[in-house]
Write a protein of this length. Structure first.
Length: 266
């Protein structure tokens, strides 16, 4: 294996298990890799380049350290430093200024992560329960870089603050387009119409046909309006005809961690 900037950390560690200690000695940020649960959570979606940027080290220098550890000659393109990235804009986004406290949903997963537990399910369930006007303030012991791409696919932008060595605060919010900003009335001038939160039905871990039965018995609760967000281990193919018979629309999306989310509405 010849590691590159695009190599996933999980692929690197699978090929070179001893690389955990090499990286941990190279930068304190990578000491988290020594913990199996965090390693499983962090590495599948993070490339070497993204990990280097998160740890605030040069990707080429990190790759050079990796090549020295595996005893392979450095590729020719690792002779110099990586091009400097533009400094990130750390100012608070316009959408978050003056945001009332009742529109901020705080989720602190630090103790859960320190206990070796994976917080992904809890985070995604909280995201699914957000009203259209609410934002999520997530507190973690490391910067959850893989989560940025997952939530960006759902229309969320993020603003990141590092307040301490193991205290990262990330605000996930629905970013308005320039046209929306210019046409939107101010909060003081008119109330904003709110979209009701979806009714979450978590049917993961159930054997067929229990997931379908659990979802179907919930349908009467949205017969007059609203939406169900059903979480299942498999794509619910047998559910679709039942929904169509009852006049419900649906859409299913496969999530990064392997389960499926189906949104159901009248």
């Amino acid at each position: 294996m010849r590691p590159t900037r695009e190599t996933k950390i999980s692929e690197l560690l699978k090929a070179y298990p001893d690389m955990i200690e090499v990286l941990a000695r190279y930068n304190k940020h990578f000491e988290l890799l020594r913990r199996p649960t965090l390693r499983k959570l962090m590495t599948p979606l993070v490339t070497i380049e993204k990990a280097a940027r998160t740890a605030q080290v040069d990707p080429n220098e990190m790759l050079a350290e990796i090549y020295r550890a595996i005893g392979e000659p450095l590729p020719p393109d690792l002779g110099g430093s990586s091009p400097a990235l533009p400094s990130p804009d750390t100012s608070m986004p316009e959408e978050l200024r003056g945001l009332p406290e009742d529109r901020r949903v705080i989720l602190d997963v630090r103790e859960q992560v320190r206990a070796g537990e994976e917080p992904y399910h809890r985070i995604m369930k909280t995201v699914a329960s957000l009203r259209a006007d609410q934002v999520l303030l997530l507190c973690n012991i490391f910067e959850p870089v893989p989560l940025y791409d997952v939530l960006a696919q759902r229309g969320f932008a993020h603003w990141t603050e590092r307040r301490g060595p193991q205290e990262w605060w990330i605000t996930f919010y629905r970013a308005a387009t320039p046209a929306e900003r210019s046409s939107a009335p101010s909060a003081a001038s008119s109330p904003q119409a709110l979209t009701p939160s979806p009714l979450v039905v978590d049917a993961r871990g159930l054997e067929p046909p229990q997931p379908m039965a659990k979802i179907l018995e919930t349908l009467p609760r949205i017969a007059g309006g609203g939406q169900i967000l059903a979480l299942t281990d498999r794509r619910p193919m047998l559910l679709y005809p039942k929904l169509e018979e009852r006049g419900f629309a649906y859409s299913t999306e496969e999530m990064a961690h392997g389960w499926f989310e189906t949104r159901i509405c009248k």
